[in-house]
Design a protein around this ligand. Structure first.
Ligand code: SF4
Ligand code: MG
Length: 336
């Protein structure tokens, strides 16, 4: 299957008072056509930075791509002029964020806002764009779209607003949607509705999704593949089945054990990974996870493990996984 998006060894930096610091280090992620890839990890792991880099919004946020490629249809977005990127953003790749209100303009009706991007990117007349806006509101399950199209964001609930944002993102029929914690700000019922909506739209429209979430439960429901990120690097990557059935990185195992109802859960108590994610300005030596890892050996403190395929369809960056027989010991200990 052909990949729509290939992020290759993406290293990003931010300017700080102490000079430039790396926010992501050689991150590689592939997204196939019609696939959903979930990028999971705690906040501060570099998930959002990765998505901002793909869209080149990082250039407006005090950072830059230091090295690596973002291949989209054989073109490297990392090397494009910011002017050229304006055509890619919204038109070919759309992005939605956690807070729908920050994506909507309070002084324009939702219809005007959807129509605006259609007029800009698709050269539609105002009349056609407005008609299409109504169709889009219907597509995302907003009742009475002819009425809603003339309303302002404050006249709608948070869930409705996120539907509007999705309608806006999909209006230009992008091939790829990047969604950064799209349901985190919503209550549980609405969250489930929005995830259902994204799944349905993906089937109907055949788009690819890069979904960023801290929630393994969301990833379980949505993902074809999962990439687990920790302190700016991908530590494990694989199909959703492999990640859930045979997680190999101790961090992934910890994340899974913190899901309510997951079988690795100990005695009904939710497991939490001890310690906190390191700041990008003070990364540990060797494996970045070693201060929190219950399996750390001496080598882990000295040498950084590199992501490599340990079995077909699963890559891991962990010294214990160099010897595949160790993996079973890790899982046994984690479950005892
Ligand atoms: Fe733990 Fe070592 Fe593996 Fe890092 S490399 S996750 S410290 S066992
Ligand atoms: Mg984030």
């Amino acid at each position: 299957e052909r990949n729509i998006l290939e992020i290759k060894n993406l290293t990003t930096c931010f300017f700080t008072d102490d000079g430039t610091v790396k926010a992501t280090d050689r991150v590689s992620i592939n997204v196939g056509k019609g696939q959903t890839v979930c990028l999971v990890g705690e906040s501060g792991s570099g998930k959002s930075v990765t998505s901002l880099a793909v869209m080149r919004l990082i250039d407006y946020a005090g950072g830059f791509i230091q090295s690596g490629n973002v291949m989209f249809h054989g073109q490297d977005l990392a090397a494009k002029d910011l002017d050229e990127m304006m055509h890619v953003r919204g038109n070919k790749i759309a992005m939605i964020f956690q807070d729908p209100m920050s994506a909507l303009n309070p002084v324009f009706t939702v219809g005007d806002q959807i129509a605006e991007s259609l007029m800009l990117h698709q050269n539609m007349s105002q009349q056609d764009a407005f008609k299409k806006a109504i169709d889009m509101l219907r597509l995302v399950g907003i009742p009475a779209p002819e009425v809603r199209v003339k309303q302002y964001p404050h006249e709608m609930s948070g869930g409705m607003c996120q539907r509007v944002v999705i309608a806006m993102a999909l209006a230009c029929n992008p091939e790829m949607l990047i969604a950064d914690e799209p349901t985190t700000a919503l209550d549980v019922t609405v969250q489930a509705q929005i995830l259902d909506l994204l799944r349905r739209l993906q089937k109907e429209l055949g788009m690819s999704i890069l979904l960023i979430t801290h929630d393994m439960g969301v990833a379980a429901e949505m993902a074809d593949r999962i990439a687990v990120m920790y302190a700016g690097t991908i530590v494990e990557e694989g199909t959703v089945e492999r990640i859930f059935d045979e997680p190999r990185h101790p961090y992934t195992i910890g994340l899974l054990q913190s899901i309510p109802g997951f079988e690795g859960e100990r005695g009904g108590e939710l497991y939490t990974i001890q310690g906190t994610i390191p700041s990008i300005t003070q990364l540990p030596t060797g494996c970045r996870f070693h201060p929190r890892c219950p399996y750390a050996i001496d080598k882990c403190r000295k040498e950084e493990p590199i992501l490599r395929e340990v079995v077909t369809g699963q890559q891991v960056a962990c010294w214990l996984n160099e010897d595949v027989s160790n993996h079973f010991r890790i899982n046994q200990r984690a479950n005892s």
